[in-house]
Design a binder for this molecule. Sequence first.
Ligand SMILES: [Fe+2]
Ligand SMILES: [Fe+2]
Length: 371
Amino acid sequence: MLCPGLHGSVAQVTLADHENPVSAGETDATFKLVHDHADRIYLWDYERSRTQLVTLYNKAMGSQWNSLTDLDWNTDVDPEGLVDQGSPSMQLFRATAAEPGSPIATWGDSEFTALGIEMFKASLSQFMHGEQGAMLTAAKIVETVPWIDAKYYAATQTMDEARHTEVFAKYLDLKVGEAYPMSPFLEEQITVLLEDSRWDIAYLGMQIVIESLALAAFGDMLRRTEEPLLRKLLRYIMSDEARHVAFGILTLKEFYAGLTDAELKDRQEFLLDNTLRNRARSTTPEVWERLGVNVGTLAPHLSVAAGKMKSSPFVGFQRGFFAKLVPNVGNNGYLRDRWGQAGLLEFEHADDTASDYDSYDEVAKDRSMNR
Ligand SMILES: [Fe+2]
Ligand SMILES: [Fe+2]
């Protein structure tokens, strides 16, 4: 049996494989193998020399929250109530239905609500899979980073990401329904980080790119929902994510100060590739398939409708992403030029997350209110 959701160069694992780590009894198990090319580093220097990382680690220990006792899982959730009918993407889908010959021309409110629920489920599913990727990446950093303060911090992040994965999986399972598979785009983006031999690439791809993206995506969902359980778990997850981004900025700032121009150029290329590619994200085809709509037939109508709208529904979200990412990467000649061409420099002087992560700490705010 082949595992679903395997893509590209990733090893395909079958249950007949004699090196298969799944025991014979676990016939339904599905997994993916990733080969990491980085060295693990055992350190003998225990001196706490990086004070900003020490502060961040202490903060992380104090702001850990408990997924069982801090969240009320008895909250009733109406999946229809999770749909923001006025969101830019819902407006686009309604406009697509109005296009001559559109395969969804006959759709009424109930179909659009069903679509909204599936889109919501698809987003939450990508959050869940991405969080597992973050957990694996943080664990990789524990093993590969050559500084003790960074190993300690990454260990707290690994726990944070376990909690995030767990709560998204639980919310999907208890409140909304069957998850979607990981998108090939996200899967490839994370696999590349897990395979790379350079430890800093894990930081650059996860803490700087994907977690800036996650902060923007969670913030977007938070603004669009009144559901109290979802609101609280997003607020708490965002508190953690802001620290993770700060961890990336602090570490890479120090490490990159010692790299050669050629090594830095390499990292800039990586970042450019990953950030500009993010702008070209498309909607999840599985959602349409689940609703019985042929994506190939729909796509031309969708793009005509999008062309007629004043702005793309994804513009607001992407603004949120780059508003975090650009200041987080800082002033950098080569990237500055390329991002300038892409119109992204308006965010250059916004606060970076290393300086404003404390303002995200909703866990500490709730605790001080309850005291
Ligand atoms: Fe996370
Ligand atoms: Fe994170």
